[in-house]
Design a protein around this ligand. Structure first.
Ligand code: 13P
Ligand code: MG
Ligand code: MG
Length: 375
């Protein structure tokens, strides 16, 4: 059968500032998912949160970019927003940027990652397993480095030396500055590794849209690479990307995919979407922690049965003691960076500052500069 995995995520409001959705909101979205399972729209579904973002993780048979599935997610977020509004929560409906999406929520605010696959449970996929990464307080390219390392660097993924992966992977890279549509360039690892690096080093402009196996042609990963401020025309919140990644066999193993996150690498995001801070791996359903507004990422893994069901059990990859040391180092790196406040590398460059207000402040001051006499 053809099976589609869809993850759609949005910030629709949170308690006490931009920390986490309320339990009532999460319950409401879960109730919608249960209804959609009963009606047959979804084969299976699950609802989680990471910081202030709610993710709906679904399996179905309708394909990618399906109007019914996207509309269902949108309507579920609207229901959650009604609760956020009723209880006076912060940022109610924040990521629902249009009045009504035209059949597809991509470009309407929510983050979307989808993979349609041939679900046969035969070679080369005798078992189907996948992971869902969800990030909060993060710029759009938060996964650029870890997914590059997981899919293109044998120092992280020794599996690349094995026959099913030795031909490497195709990276479809998106130029997020082009708001006319999805502007994509396909580059192949390993031979284009330096070209891929040259683009992916810029986390604010270029992102990985998807990754394909060059041996089997199958889609290995889908990432929601978009910039909310490009869509909305002004600051509305951080981009907070999600990634859907298949693993094992013809794809990297879970540990080869999560080990790059041990770096807690610096990314754009954090408070007011305008700082440069380390990405801290956290358990699923973790509110924004710590003394700053540290960028966080969760990762859960699923197996899919013959009918496409997955949600009766999951593995929480970052929700265990092995990641405590990384979390501690992320805090230390965060404290170091924040000790220099607004200076230089601690904040994003002028063009990337998410709060338009920062630019207004500087713009107003620029008006007051004057060439001094005699210069
Ligand atoms: P969210 O997009 O998660 O609401 O982040 C807002 C922000 O910039 C935090 O300061
Ligand atoms: Mg928010
Ligand atoms: Mg958020």
């Amino acid at each position: 059968m053809k099976l589609t995995l869809s993850v759609i995520k949005a910030d629709i409001g949170s308690i006490g500032g931009h920390t986490q959705p309320s339990p009532r909101m999460v319950e409401e979205v879960k109730a919608q998912v249960e209804k959609a399972k009963k009606s047959g729209l979804l084969v299976d579904g699950m609802v989680t949160f990471t910081g202030d973002d709610i993710a709906i993780i679904m399996s179905h048979t309708k394909g990618e970019n399906n109007t019914d599935i996207h509309q269902f997610a949108w309507d579920s977020f609207i229901k959650g927003t009604e609760i956020a509004k009723k209880y006076g929560l912060y940022g109610a409906g924040q990521d629902l940027l249009v009045d009504a999406p035209s059949g597809n929520v991509r470009g309407a605010g929510p983050a979307v990652a989808e993979i349609e696959l041939e679900h046969t449970l035969q070679k080369p996929r005798p078992a189907e397993s996948f992971m869902v990464f969800a990030a909060d307080k993060c710029g759009p390219g938060a996964y650029n480095l870890p997914l590059y390392l997981g899919f293109a660097d044998a120092m992280y993924c020794a599996g690349l030396m094995l026959p099913p992966m030795i031909k490497g992977f195709t990276f479809r890279i998106i130029d997020m500055d082009n708001t006319k549509g999805d502007s994509i360039l396909e580059l192949n690892a390993p031979e284009d590794a330096y070209q891929i690096s040259a683009l992916l080093r810029d986390n604010e402009r270029f992102g990985i849209d998807s990754i394909y196996s060059r041996t089997h042609g199958q889609k290995a990963a889908a990432i929601s690479a978009q910039r909310l401020h490009s869509i909305a025309g002004s600051y509305t919140g951080k981009d907070d990307p999600i990634a859907l990644v298949r693993n094992q066999g013809i794809f990297p193993a879970p540990e080869e995919l999560v080990s790059p996150f041990a770096k807690a690498h610096y990314i754009g995001g954090d408070a007011r979407g305008s700082h440069v801070m380390p990405l801290m791996p956290v358990a699923i359903n973790t509110p924004i922690p710590g003394m700053y507004c540290l960028p966080i990422v969760s990762c859960i893994g699923f197996s899919v049965d013959r009918d496409g069901r997955f949600a009766d059990a999951y593995a929480d990859f970052f929700g265990n003691v092995a990641w405590d040391e990384v979390r501690r180092r992320a805090q230390v790196k965060g404290i170091e960076m924040r000790s220099q406040g607004w200076s230089g590398a601690a904040m994003l460059p002028y063009t990337e500052l998410e709060y338009g207000g920062f630019r207004d402040t500087v713009g107003g001051l620029l008006q007051r500069f004057a060439i001094t006499e005699g210069s």
